[in-house]
Write a protein that binds this ligand. Structure first.
Ligand SMILES: C[S@@+](CC[C@H](N)C(=O)[O-])C[C@H]1O[C@@H](n2cnc3c(N)ncnc32)[C@H](O)[C@@H]1O
Length: 285
């Protein structure tokens, strides 16, 4: 019997980590199938060797072993500004951005293999040379694989909202995660976020405003009557009671970033009457 067929015993194995936990925190995703079919399976076969970075794992198949540092120069075959998108979904945004901006390197971090296979289809149809992808848990990629100060920008668009209060602990954007983002970003680099969930947007803004490594690029912007937060609360747009007197005095929301194209995920949110919140922060020294 090979070692891999023996189930780890959490009570006796000192290296055991629950695959649903990273450093004793719950992960921000649910496990979904890795199975690929049809065009996606073929695109994966044709392109994975070249475009998918396959780190050694710990136990879980989305984990990253401690020594898996990524050499960006050999990975991309050149030195260029690095944009990292976390949670690329079907790869719509990153593929389009990479096409529009061939002078930069683009790294997709996503746990969902069919999404990365869909990105491979776009890589082929757009003829992209400047995209690579890792199927792994983003906090581990930031901690282990990326060198300190290596990213010019980090994008996280529509991070799973985990909207029930008892699930908030599973949200990706939290103080400890922002420490990892700050470490991976160059001083002067940009973190861009977007969400269609007002309560998560407020949480992101609060965490970033109180984090010593980040400075809002749009302080006070889109406040009061201009704020989507004001609109959501007054209109009761998220199945909460209407709050007719609510005013978001703080603002600080960014305008829509022009490379954040409309993805199918955002399209569904807009169709359901949801509003979107953008944030952009500079990593200060
Ligand atoms: C709601 S979708 C949004 C996808 C895409 N950004 C868009 O706008 O269409 C969130 C994505 O983040 C991925 N994700 C969640 N937690 C992650 C993590 N810890 N590491 C990598 N990807 C993650 C999910 O698999 C999912 O594809």
């Amino acid at each position: 019997m090979s070692d891999s067929s023996v189930s780890p015993d959490p009570t006796t194995d000192p290296d055991y980590r629950d695959p649903e936990l990273y450093r004793n925190e719950p992960v921000s995703f649910v496990r979904r199938g890795n199975r690929l079919q049809g065009r996606r399976a073929k695109a994966w076969e044709r392109n994975a060797d070249r475009y998918i970075i396959e780190p050694d794992r710990k136990r879980a198949d989305t984990s990253v072993a401690e020594d898996q540092h990524l050499d960006l120069y050999s990975t991309f075959g050149r030195q260029a500004p690095l944009i990292v998108e976390i949670g690329t979904g079907l790869g719509e945004c990153i593929a389009n951005a990479a096409k529009e901006d061939p002078a930069s390197n683009y790294l997709a971090v996503e746990v969902y293999r069919p999404g990365l296979a869909q990105l491979m289809l776009k890589v082929e149809s757009f003829g992209l040379e400047n995209v690579r992808a890792i199927q792994a848990n983003a906090p581990e990629v930031l901690d282990v694989m990326l060198e300190e100060g290596s990213a010019d920008e980090i994008w996280i668009f529509f991070s799973d909202p985990w909207h029930k209060t008892r699930h908030h602990k599973r949200r990706l954007i939290k103080a400890g995660f922002l420490d990892k983002v700050a470490r991976a970003l160059k001083p002067g680099g940009t973190l861009r976020l977007a969400t269609d969930w007002s309560n998560y947007a407020e949480q992101m803004r609060e965490l970033l405003e109180s984090h010593e490594s980040f400075e809002n690029q749009y302080p006070g912007h889109l406040a009061g009557e201009e704020s989507n937060l004001t609109r959501v609360r007054r209109g009761g747009l998220e199945n909460h009671e209407k709050e007719p007197d609510f005013v978001d005095e703080t603002g600080g929301w960014a305008p829509r970033f022009d490379r954040r194209i409309l993805t199918s995920f955002e399209g569904k949110a807009l169709k359901a009457g949801r509003l979107v919140f953008d944030l952009a922060y500079t990593r200060i020294a």
